[in-house]
Design a protein around this ligand. Sequence first.
Ligand code: SAM
Length: 370
Amino acid sequence: MCARIVSAIEAGGAISFQRYMEMALYEPGLGYYVNGLHRFGASGDFVTAPEQGRLFAQALARKLAPVIDSLDADWTLMELGPGSGALARELIVHLECPPARYLLLEPSAALRQVQQAELATLPKELAARFEWLDQPPEKAFSGAIIANEVIDALPVERFRIAAGDVKSMTVDVDPASGRLVWVEGPASDRLRRAVRHVCQDLPEALPEGYTSEICVDLPDWLQTVTAAMACGMALMIDYGYPRREYYHAQRSDGTLVCHYRHRAHFDPFVWPGLTDLSAFVDFTTVAEAARTWGLDVAGFTTQAGFLLESGVHNAIESTADDRKRLRLAGEFKRLVLPGEMGDKFKLMTLVRNLDPALGEFEFADQLHRL
Ligand SMILES: C[S@@+](CC[C@H](N)C(=O)[O-])C[C@H]1O[C@@H](n2cnc3c(N)ncnc32)[C@H](O)[C@@H]1O
């Protein structure tokens, strides 16, 4: 992986961080998500909400139930970046009216194999409803879209404010040590425009030296993945903040985070291809893009707010088996406590040709913070 990155730099000079992240995560055969070495859960690098147990899928099934009631019986569910397939496995059994088609949009052939093995364990009648896609479908459907921890894996640009201008933090090779290093370079017009757009919304100008990330492809990506949903609800779940919090003056070194075997660190040049790279999501950008593409932003809350509202915890107390009750209580705590996943993770509901009330969150709605 390092040799491939170095030869890309030698061929054309320093590369943008977006290009670096794209290579480190998706370079054919070598990138983190495509090299077949990636493991989910306890034996991997990080644990996502669906990997914790069933509660997250149960809560999503409850949120989707009234949406499904207002759709045709042959509704479609599309999951983006399904990882190990854990969410798909639980969701399809917890939905009272399972989708006629469960589409899995997965760019990684290696992960697709993992998902196929996982979902083959379901009863045949349910397993037959899964279809894998390389591209979002062209044919219109009515249904729902779920993306859990997918936006944070989209490659981002890294920028710095220098002499009042926007600079691009690019990746080069240090001739003395041969190591990958950051080098400040001119920003493309696209990057400069995107940063200036964000800055218009902030209470004060970003200070000199301020460094952060921005996902310039996010609006186009959202359009691509939601275009075929003629009627329905998309649920975007990820770690992130509203824009003013994301680009807060005190968050002066961005949100880039790397995971290797359950350790988080902040140096993206360590073991590319073996380390997960991600950046927090600016949910205000998601909301703006959604409105541009004809979606209503119906709800925005924290993962804790969503799970508490769903009521999935009510059954924990009455679970007779002590071990099971303790396991469920532990799972619920990891999902909702502020120091764990509860506050950092947010849910945004986007609806098209559907009553926006179906996407609202009654408990702890934070739409006003976007
Ligand atoms: C952090 S994992 C999350 C996996 C899973 N959703 C979960 O919650 O456990 C990111 C997933 O997104 C996929 N992915 C990355 N870029 C994508 C894209 N542009 N469209 C759809 N999926 C993508 C990855 O291959 C991987 O399956």
